[in-house]
Design a protein around this ligand. Sequence first.
Ligand SMILES: Nc1nc2c(c(=O)[nH]1)N[C@H]1C(S)=C(S)[C@@H](COP(=O)(O)OP(=O)(O)OC[C@H]3O[C@@H](n4cnc5c(=O)[nH]c(N)nc54)[C@H](O)[C@@H]3O)O[C@H]1N2
Ligand SMILES: Nc1nc2c(c(=O)[nH]1)N[C@H]1C(S)=C(S)[C@@H](COP(=O)(O)OP(=O)(O)OC[C@H]3O[C@@H](n4cnc5c(=O)[nH]c(N)nc54)[C@H](O)[C@@H]3O)O[C@H]1N2
Ligand code: SF4
Ligand SMILES: [Mo]
Length: 668
Amino acid sequence: MVQIHHSACPLNCWDSCGFKVTVEEGKIKKVEGDTDHPITQGKICGRGRMLEQRANSKERLLYPLKKINNEFQQISWEQALSEIAEKLSFYKKQYGSTSVLHSHDYANSGLLTNLDSRFFNCYGGVTELTGSICWGSGIEAQTWDFGEAYSHDPDDLQNSKTIIVWGRNVARTNMHLFQKLQKAKKSGIRLLVIDPIYNATAKIADQYISIKPGFDGVLSVGIMKEIFRLQLEDQLFINKHTIGFNHLEDLLQSYSLSEISELCEVPEETITNLAKLYGDRPVSTLLGLGMQRYTNGGNTIRLIDALVAVSGNIGIPGGGANYANKQVGQSFDIHALGLPERKSNSRQFSMMKQAEAVLTAKDPEIKMIFVTCGNPLNQVPDTNIVSKAFASVDTLVVVDQFMTDTAILADYVLPAANVFETEDIYYSSMYHPYVNHGPKLVDPPGEAKPDLWIWTELAKRLGFGEDFDYDREEWIKIGLAPLNNKEITLNNLREQRFMELPVDKIPWEDRVFKTPSGKYEFYSASADKDGFDGAIKLALPKESKQNNPELAEKYPYTLLTIHPLRSNHSQHMHLFEKPPAVKVEVAVNIAKLKRLAEGDLVNVWNERGKITGVVSILKISHPNTINIDEGIWRKFGGPVNMLTSSAESDNRQGSTLYDCLVNIEKVN
Ligand SMILES: Nc1nc2c(c(=O)[nH]1)N[C@H]1C(S)=C(S)[C@@H](COP(=O)(O)OP(=O)(O)OC[C@H]3O[C@@H](n4cnc5c(=O)[nH]c(N)nc54)[C@H](O)[C@@H]3O)O[C@H]1N2
Ligand SMILES: Nc1nc2c(c(=O)[nH]1)N[C@H]1C(S)=C(S)[C@@H](COP(=O)(O)OP(=O)(O)OC[C@H]3O[C@@H](n4cnc5c(=O)[nH]c(N)nc54)[C@H](O)[C@@H]3O)O[C@H]1N2
Ligand code: SF4
Ligand SMILES: [Mo]
């Protein structure tokens, strides 16, 4: 019998779509967009549709596996759980609970799938990861400036005069925003794209501005200088609602416009025009995550925030420094679910430098690593060190749905259920304010189990079973408790499929900020308190000719490693009909200089590693730029993270994945 059900996309993505799913005889047959979902409107991307292949693939992990004499053997859940529980209690007793590292990312945005943190808190507290390779620098920067990282409602774009897409690959990564940009254009709203690569979003823009990778903060300084010269600033906002403006003023006076233009490689005239556009309010700035994955990433976002602030585009309809929308996740009772007060011990490793930290940890050393919802062997920078670190510990446990590059290294691999095989609710703190419901539609294949089942069973064996003694319905109700007075309950969600969360559509409209001063902070008191200089800096990428001329001589090209079109990171790569290949996209000037033609085989390398791939010439891009999409598995020639650096950004909360110089040569 064929049945159509609703569900939700679990993937780590801006759009958090609602699904319509065809189920036939206990199998997922087709995944489509929910036509009634206000954001999805019946359209989803290939990654969403391919969740059917992810569900039914012959490569799904079906049983718990244990590595014996270097080979995986199927074992029972009873054996897996009791051995892992035994090890967890042994390591805790012998070395302390922080001898266990919990390494994770956010591959599934389900509220209950992320209860792994509760498990490790109740266990006593482990070594946990801080910061985020994904968006960490920008979140910290906006927290310093505004007190929180909040975005305007998706439909508020229609109130803008100009929309600036600044380093967000909308057509590829945020398809429902792309539809809104098309609509805005039809209403006569101006659209500009600032990016080192002329991408599909740039194609529909009124103007494309090519920028040197990592130099967006410099451009922002230039635009602010011109805003003040032309007297287009919002003095009232600056005087009444901000502190520390004198620090910004000093910074703006330290550079001339021609110096700025030379540094960021954007013509002076373009900078002046941008100042005029910013002065003609309202302007909506849509920031992407690419430009904060640099050593100077935090300051870059702070400088763009400052531009939005001085031009009077904060708290007004059609404005905003739209980067992330943390108010979405803050709607739920994450504290009651996570129980952080249960941990009596804890230790923090930076997410970026987790591998180095594992290799050097003392008192206690890391004995065990537990990987959930992540594939660090592909996705964490400087793969060669990550491999070494993850291979070095006594016990590596990986919970996943497939035998990934990380799982291959494990001592125990536990098979996880997917979105269609268990009930959960889904949301994303990146973009829109809807929470979606995903019911259980089919049974998991083989002996695969929901992540939460694994935590519950381990908790029982470790003596804190009562902390996990709830069914899924009760768990969801705990998470939804703060929303009950808004009628957002599990029953209503089950019936209505998705509901809008009560978040501000125009953040900071009341001009009351969540900073220590309650004002917009050009000089951040939070930064100061954490031991940083609270003033914004004009900083440049670490791997640049300005900061490291010797390195730039050896490795003259910037390597970007942006997100792949058809895969969410590494998650779909093994499911394509034709195996993926490493495509090396090069700027025209590099192709000319190195005599590269389309289809040539090239090596791209630096001191950290080397990758081989096939040339594709970027028709329009900033000179001296190369891109290799991230996510490719080892067996297909990846991952590109063999070349990237594990250095932390200026505010220590983010990665520097794109702050990466390389050289390139044809393979003869
Ligand atoms: N298809 C697809 N969509 C995805 C994902 C995926 O894996 N695949 N992943 C999801 C996740 S987890 C995230 S975090 C988001 C990320 O969404 P985005 O921020 O849109 O994408 P990224 O690939 O991180 O960022 C790349 C963009 O930044 C530009 N860029 C790089 N360096 C600079 C710079 O210095 N200055 C400027 N101005 N631009 C720069 C790149 O050219 C590119 O256009 O996408 C989500 N959506
Ligand atoms: N070079 C480079 N590296 C990058 C980036 C970049 O732009 N360039 N982007 C960074 C960004 S923005 C991000 S967000 C990270 C993403 O990094 P990851 O989240 O590590 O990447 P994914 O490939 O999504 O891997 C997630 C793993 O979780 C598994 N999984 C999926 N659903 C479930 C589930 O329900 N339960 C369990 N237990 N497992 C599940 C998948 O099968 C997959 O193996 O990568 C970062 N790495
Ligand atoms: S990956 Fe993103 S755009 Fe694609 S279906 Fe999922 S939420 Fe929608
Ligand atoms: Mo991400």
